[in-house]
Design a protein around this ligand. Structure first.
Ligand SMILES: [Fe+2]
Ligand SMILES: [Fe+2]
Length: 283
């Protein structure tokens, strides 16, 4: 696949093949300056799967409202348009249970991407709490969608997705290096391009773009740093993929984290994740 084909990946992401119809409607609505919370509520309510997922996220302890949010309208107000858009993106990671035609290999890949997305979201929220970062919800949703570029590659061509993983394993190189060798771009760049095109806020786009490389001059580098560390911890706990790169010590320095500090974070996040059925969040 040549670099020019990246445009095709983006086209694919915009097609209903990736995002269900309802998610596309949520997108159009969330990007419409005249749309109200009521309009979004109506679209979300039109889809049982998305409704249930929105309520689960709104009621998760990560938003501090466990069990209190009863209606989609309340959830839309709480999560905001960006939050709802992110959940629509995350929903596209999962295979819906009623779809009996999906191949087993596809279910395995999607479940793995989902576990990684949710564990990174939970880790990012926890780290944000520890760092007193004010927008913890933003960390959660960015963690949830940070690897959307991987889904784009998978949706574009399952064979390319698997050959990247195999190449990474065989050569002992990182996933992003294998992606660049095979597609010309890595999933962080692809994901950022897609989210930019979908009018996600700049801090989220930047965090996705830089979650695998150092980002000294990036604005909103705190969010980038938190998602980078959360991604690393999710991978370290086995929720990721092949050949995870080592953590850039400059990122850790930003947060005054040394080896023991990271080890403690990993233990704490491991403790949280051990009490959560991550897949059930996907219904
Ligand atoms: Fe990634
Ligand atoms: Fe990741």
């Amino acid at each position: 696949m040549a670099i020019a084909d990246i445009e095709k990946i983006i086209e694919m992401m915009e097609s209903v093949k990736v995002l269900k119809n309802v998610a596309l409607k949520v997108f159009q609505m969330a990007n419409d300056p005249l749309a109200t919370a009521g309009d979004i509520t109506e679209v979300v309510e039109g889809d049982d799967y998305l409704s249930a997922l929105v309520l689960k996220v709104a009621n998760s302890s990560y938003y501090g409202n466990a069990g209190k949010v009863k209606s989609i309208n309340e959830a839309v107000v709480l999560l905001g348009f960006t939050g709802i858009k992110s959940i629509a993106v995350a929903a596209s990671l999962m295979v819906r249970k009623d779809d009996g035609t999906v191949k087993k290999t596809e279910i395995i890949v999607r479940e793995r991407l989902w576990r990684h997305a949710i564990s990174t979201a939970i880790a990012a929220k926890f780290i944000a709490e520890q760092m007193d970062f004010k927008d913890q919800g933003l960390c959660y949703i960015t963690g949830m969608i940070h690897d959307i570029g991987r889904l784009a590659i998978f949706q574009y061509d399952e064979k390319i997705y698997h050959s990247i993983e195999n190449y990474s394993r065989e050569k002992g190189i990182t996933l992003t290096d294998a992606e660049t060798a095979i597609t010309g771009l890595d999933h962080a760049q692809i994901g950022a391009m897609i989210l930019h095109k979908w009018a996600f806020p700049d801090p989220i786009v930047q965090a996705v773009a830089y979650h695998h490389k150092y980002f000294e001059d990036t604005p909103d580098r705190e969010l980038v740093g938190i998602v980078t560390i959360a991604n690393f911890i999710s991978n370290s706990l086995g929720f990721g993929s092949v050949n995870i790169p080592v953590m850039d010590p400059r990122v850790l320095k930003m947060y005054n984290l040394d080896y023991d500090g990271v080890k403690k974070l990993i233990e704490q996040i491991s403790g949280i994740l051990s009490h959560i059925d991550i897949l059930s969040l996907g219904l």
